[in-house]
Design a protein around this ligand. Structure first.
Ligand code: GCU
Length: 663
């Protein structure tokens, strides 16, 4: 199983002898203080699975204790747990030196157990362990863009992992492994179907199937959710309208919710993509997004939550596409019911290798917000290119929105405290789940950051690499360095200096900066690069679309001046002459070429480094990664060559001396 990557980061490879002895000394017979529950059983079974495998012997374990059920001498262990949110835990030594996991609730015991296993599996010993941790964000969710027929939209790892045909009678055991993997990183919510939703998922047959999944995942702390098609009252209910203010429509949704809760008492709620890219929604009836969301929120009542997506852009609109979501949703701040969360993509365009953070973060203080990230790499080379996304997400989460009170910072992560993070899943039925072995790291990193947005990309990369491949620092340190740099490499060879959406039409794989003839202007790469004889870039300052004005003044000021700003966002905000002098002293044209070259060189170095690390990785996975890196190398060159051939022709600029001519 190690060789095909199926075990993910839950491989539990045997420890070296010295570590095994040290770990063993802190363990004893597994013990549970308090009553057993399906969740504590799941925790205990994972602990024995992990420790049996890592220690090469069975029967050693840890103490699990609910705060308040610790024996007298140990009650102090629970003190740091006071006031922690659900899921929080402490791992520490008891008076006798044995390790205990203590929590306020069973889900905390489960998360604490996984954290302890992660600690040991990453190579740390238990001698001075004392870790207290709790989730920063309440909802940590995967959104599957899986259709009921098994096709995964923007999925690059095979068919859907959900076999609806065989459910509810047969539950594929890999769905338990999937839930274990999620629980191990704190994910507590799963939307099982595509936001471009089929109403089929709301039919009684499918509710029964979903209930089987909910029952199987409950012990692992995962609630099921559905993407709901807004027109379902028409599609399924035989009504002539789906107008959210129509009493019959409201009744239909209320009855539907009741039906779901009878089958799944802890059903999470609905995720809705409305009036976006052709999906039905309240605007079809002259109603607002708030009317639509609140109607569904009322149907769910106190039982569940509506997650309403802010990813909207209207056909035929003259406005700069990146401004549309803000224009539509900002005026609705404060108008959503308390069980509605607005889900906003990390950037205002669409999951590009780099975008500035979305201006809605911080701008809707009276609305609960979720950040939507894309784990599947639609715009970053699918499952073939190695691009570790933790740096991308950390960049967004850590950005100061400029909306803090009294000059204090208010980061994007802080605006999510009443919502959470959703990641568009990258799983499929490939043996290794994600297509590329390194794409597992993105699933992992998503969960870790949703738990703690302050974790560094390097830390996450190291713990993932240790659990997945080898604990040897001679391996984890250089691999983590490569991973952390890999996202900037993709930015450089695909869309340097703030360029965006230069990918091939529809599939979004490979360069197409010249495409200008698509039916909707905002789908054209030329719409975004605006390259012509005189210059390149999208003027989003006051002289252009003024998208910059959607940011708080203290933030906007950093992007307003091309001469002083962070050039990673240069052409996102500015249209500049080809001979404009960049901060390096090079002309814009030459700087652009230099960035493409830097990206290509980084991938060449990644491939060479991986070749050097062969002795740390089993032959099969090493070869798989090496093959993929060879593809990435070829395609990084393709991106560079095609892009500079096109831009060079548009500007009539020569290649800088010493540059290899595009093939
Ligand atoms: C992107 C993606 C679509 C998806 C959409 C969304 O545009 O290409 O496949 O449906 O995002 O997030 O709704």
């Amino acid at each position: 199983r190690a060789e095909d990557g199926h075990a993910l980061w839950l491989r539990y490879a045997p420890l070296d002898e010295a570590t095994a002895i040290a770990v063993n000394a802190r363990l004893g017979p597994p013990e549970l203080f308090g009553n057993s529950s399906p969740m504590t059983q799941a925790a205990q079974s994972e602990l024995s699975r992990g420790f049996d495998a890592m220690l090469g012997q069975s029967g050693r374990g840890v103490i699990l204790a609910r705060a308040g059920q610790l024996p007298g001498g140990d009650s102090g262990l629970a003190e740091p747990l006071a006031g922690l949110p659900s899921g929080g835990y402490r791992i520490a030594q008891r008076h006798d030196g044995r390790v205990a996991v203590v929590a306020n609730d069973d889900i905390g015991l489960l998360y604490g157990s996984f954290a302890l296993l992660r600690h040991v599996a990453s190579g740390a010993n238990l001698d001075a362990i004392d870790v207290t941790s709790a989730p920063a964000l309440p909802l940590r969710m995967l959104d599957h863009w899986d259709n009921p027929d098994g096709f995964v939209e923007r999925g690059y790892a095979g068919r859907s992992i959900f076999n609806w045909w065989l459910l509810p009678d047969h539950l594929d055991p890999r769905l338990i492994d999937y839930a274990r993997a999620n629980a191990s990183i704190g994910i507590n919510a799963v939307v099982v179907n595509n936001v471009n939703a089929s109403a089929l998922m709301l039919t009684p047959r499918y509710i029964e199937k979903l209930a089987r999944l909910a029952d199987a995942w409950r012990p692992l702390g995962i609630r099921v959710w559905l993407s709901a098609r807004f027109s379902a009252p028409r599609d399924l209910g035989g009504l002539s309208t789906a107008d959210p203010l129509d009493p019959q429509v409201r009744r239909w949704w209320k009855d539907k919710a009741d039906e779901i809760y009878r089958a799944i008492p802890d059903f999470g709620g609905f995720l809705v993509k409305a009036n976006s890219e052709g999906q039905p929604g309240p605007q079809d009836y002259g109603r607002t997004h708030a009317d639509g969301a609140n109607m569904l929120a009322q149907a769910l009542g106190g039982r569940g939550t509506v997650i309403w997506r802010a990813f909207v852009y209207a056909s035929g609109s003259e406005t700069d596409r990146v401004k549309l979501a803000y224009e539509e949703f900002k005026p609705l701040d404060g108008k959503f019911a308390s069980n509605v969360i607005l889900q906003v993509k990390n950037g205002p365009l669409d999951f590009q290798p780099r975008e500035p953070f979305h201006p809605l973060f911080g701008a809707m203080p009276h609305t609960r917000l979720m950040l939507e990230a894309q784990i599947t790499k639609e715009y970053l080379g699918f499952a073939t290119h190695l691009a570790f996304l933790a740096p991308l997400w950390a960049e967004a989460l850590g950005a100061d929105t400029g909306h803090g009170e009294a000059g204090r910072a208010l980061t994007v992560a802080q605006t999510l405290a009443q919502g959470g993070m959703a990641g568009v899943a990258n799983t499929g039925s490939d043996r290794n789940w994600t297509g590329g072995h390194f794409d597992q790291a993105n699933w992992y990193a998503f969960g870790r950051l949703a738990w703690n947005p302050d974790l560094s990309a390097d830390e996450i990369a190291r713990e993932w690499a240790a659990q997945t491949f080898s604990r040897d620092p001679a391996f984890t340190v250089p691999v983590a360095e490569t991973m952390v740099g890999s996202r900037q490499a993709v930015v450089d060879y695909m869309t340097p200096l703030g360029l965006a959406h230069q990918m091939g039409t529809g599939h979004h794989y490979g360069p197409a900066p010249w495409v200008s003839d698509l039916s909707r202007p905002e789908w054209n790469p030329t719409y975004y690069n605006r390259a012509d004889k005189s210059g390149i870039g999208f003027d989003r300052t006051v002289t252009g679309s003024d998208a910059l004005a959607q940011y708080a003044p203290s933030v906007a000021v950093h992007w307003a001046d091309a001469a002083t700003m962070d050039e990673d966002y240069l052409l996102w905000f500015h249209h500049l002459q080809w001979d404009y002098q960049t901060q390096s002293g090079r002309t814009l044209w030459r700087e652009l070429v230099a960035r493409y070259d830097r990206g290509v060189a980084a991938v060449d170095a990644m491939a060479a480094q991986w070749a050097d690390l062969a002795s740390y990785v089993d032959a099969r996975r090493h070869r798989d990664v090496a093959d993929f890196l060879a593809i990435q190398k070829r395609e990084a060159h393709w991106w560079r060559d095609a892009s500079i051939a096109y831009f060079g022709a548009v500007c009539g600029c020569d290649l800088p001396p010493g540059t290899r001519t595009p093939a």
